[in-house]
Design a protein around this ligand. Structure first.
Ligand code: VG1
Ligand code: CO
Length: 538
């Protein structure tokens, strides 16, 4: 039976960089998840009888909310729900399933790289029919609706058994439980030279992949170990756990330290990689080398044609504004355009749909292509494996060779996490207030607040981060995170371009030392936030 349940609005359901992320405790408030899901449905049109994809990263509370979302989809008139077995779908796999089955859209239940468990975070994100995150005009409509909602629709039906693949019925709607891995693995096999990668593993090449107790484990095990013949045990922490085994599922130098130490400092491995809570981020390391995500995007763009799926070359590159300018140099050499977008994957969708860009990426460990409309952790890992298999060079030789050819963009991000929201806003307002005065100071030639005009739909997005650009192309960028759930996180991105190969060996923090000092003193980070140093450096 379809039920209409009265509810009252929550004032705080404004989607951030990637969906609505809140503490699990917030999502556990009565009607909180239902209000948001109904606000999404109320903002959409013409979905009666169509297909909705639902999947999540398996974190704590996923199992409950998935059942509620399925009941609400039935009550709201969807014709079919495709849901991943066990309630699981990595974010890129969900994007692929939406596209592959021509669904109307999808609900991705994830807080991505944020910690999980009862005291951790939860999130819901709506993706449109192209498989990508809803653009701002949709998320704005959802927020507006969430402030006025008075009722939601659900059914009184029992939970679906998500561990049994196949069809179920609720109020005339089909619920099909699908294998979460199969379609995605087939897509990867269509893009990369699996025979060459298999031969690489057969030659004794050793890699270690850290699933971080999150969603990518089953995908990585199937693809790397079963299909590509990597030895059993290549994938570690490969079972998705509701609390990620207590780890912070963010694949960076801090949270994937063990993997980094093993691969970078030891001699047992040629290649190391990790992915985040929902499988869309990637970390790439080799013996003696960590590949910054910005460099990884540039290297992938320069070498994409080695993979069969990109053999014809790429149409263009897109990077988020804080991402280093390394990809721009590759684009220039290939005679392509490099688009600069605000932070968040939702801004790449139009460029990919219009065929203006083929590969895109963000400094925050996100890389992807037009094969889906999300960033894709395993895709990046397989692209690297394809490059390594085709060239038979080491990760380190590929990276240093790239710098030699294009120059090196030294790059680092300094995060000041959980600072007081008021202080963070004061700091940003302070910077915005003195943009005019900053120009000309310390070699700064441009000081502005980044705004983006979408070349496809003409939409304008303002206030995307303060940019200080220096005469030699160096940059310091400030923005506040839109994915945190406690206080505010200030992100400071620092970059310097060095052409001379003799200087490429310098340690990154050392190469950026003067800019780092300036990044702290200019807005008076210590004075305003009380912090002498960042919490996380990547
Ligand atoms: C962060 C990253 C951004 C990324 C977003 C979602 O956002 O900086 O590049 O797109 O997370 O990634 P913010 O607003 O906190 O800086 V994920 O893997 O958390 O979906
Ligand atoms: Co993620």
């Amino acid at each position: 039976m379809i039920l209409t349940v009265a509810t009252t609005p929550f004032p705080d359901q404004k989607p951030g960089t990637s969906g609505l992320r809140k503490k699990v405790k917030a999502y556990q408030q009565k009607n909180y998840a239902e209000n948001y899901i109904q606000s999404i449905f109320d903002s959409l049109e013409g979905f009666a009888g169509t297909t909705l994809v639902i999947g999540g990263d398996g974190r704590y509370f996923n199992a409950e909310v998935i059942q509620r979302a399925i009941r609400m989809a039935a009550a709201n008139g969807f014709g079919r729900v495709l849901v991943g077995g066990g309630g699981l779908l990595s974010t890129p796999a969900a994007s692929h399933v939406i596209r592959h089955y021509k669904a109307y859209g999808g609900l991705v239940l994830s807080a991505s790289h944020n910690p999980g468990g009862p005291d951790g975070d939860f999130g819901i994100k709506y993706n449109i029919g192209n498989g990508g995150p809803a653009p701002e005009k949709v998320t704005d409509a959802v927020f507006a609706r969430s402030k006025a909602i008075t009722a939601y629709k659900t059914t009184d039906s029992a939970d679906i058994d998500l561990n049994r693949l196949g069809d179920n019925k609720i109020e005339g709607m089909t619920v099909r439980v699908i294998d979460p891995v199969t379609d995605y693995a087939a897509l990867m096999e269509s893009l990369f030279d699996f025979a060459a990668i298999r031969a690489l593993f057969a030659s004794g090449f050793k890699m270690k992949f850290d699933g971080m107790g999150a969603i990518t484990g089953p995908y990585a095990t199937e693809i790397l170990e079963n299909r590509l013949g990597a030895p059993k045990g290549t994938v570690i922490n490969g079972t998705p756990l509701p609390d990620f085994g207590g780890h912070h599922p963010d694949p960076n130098l801090v949270h994937a330290k063990e993997l980094c130490d093993d691969v970078m400092l030891g001699t047992a491995y040629d290649f190391g990689a990790a992915s985040d809570g929902d499988g869309d981020r990637n970390l790439i390391v080799g013996r003696g080398v960590y590949v910054t995500p910005s460099d990884s995007l540039a290297i992938i763009a320069a070498n994409a044609a080695l993979a069969p799926g990109y053999a014809g070359g790429i149409a263009g590159i897109a990077r988020s504004m804080p991402t280093s300018c390394a990809p721009d140099r590759v684009a220039a050499k290939l005679g392509l355009k490099c688009y600069e977008t605000p932070t968040g994957w939702k801004f790449f969708g139009n460029l990919l749909d219009a065929g203006l860009a083929t590969v895109c990426g963000e400094e925050s460990f996100g890389t992807g292509s037009n094969h889906v409309r999300e960033k894709d952790g395993l895709w990046a890992v397989l692209m690297w494996l394809n490059i390594l298999a085709a060239t038979r060079k080491s990760v380190s030789d590929i990276v240093t060779g790239h710098w030699k050819e294009y120059g090196r963009n030294f790059y680092s991000r300094h995060d000041y996490e959980e600072i007081e929201t008021d202080a963070a806003n004061r700091l940003m307002d302070g910077l915005r207030g003195k943009l005019g005065a900053l120009k000309g100071q310390s070699g700064i030639v441009t000081a502005d607040d980044f705004a983006y005009d979408d070349p496809v739909d003409g939409s304008h997005t303002a206030k995307q981060g303060v940019r200080l650009i220096f005469g030699d192309g160096s940059r310091i960028i400030y923005r506040l995170s839109g994915t945190g759930t406690a206080g505010a996180t200030l992100r400071v991105y620092i970059e310097r371009y060095v052409a001379d190969p003799a200087r490429h060996g310098t340690e990154t923090q050392e190469a950026l030392a003067d800019l780092i000092a300036l990044s702290r003193s200019l807005p008076d980070i210590p004075g305003i936030t009380g912090r002498q140093a960042p919490t996380v450096i990547t």
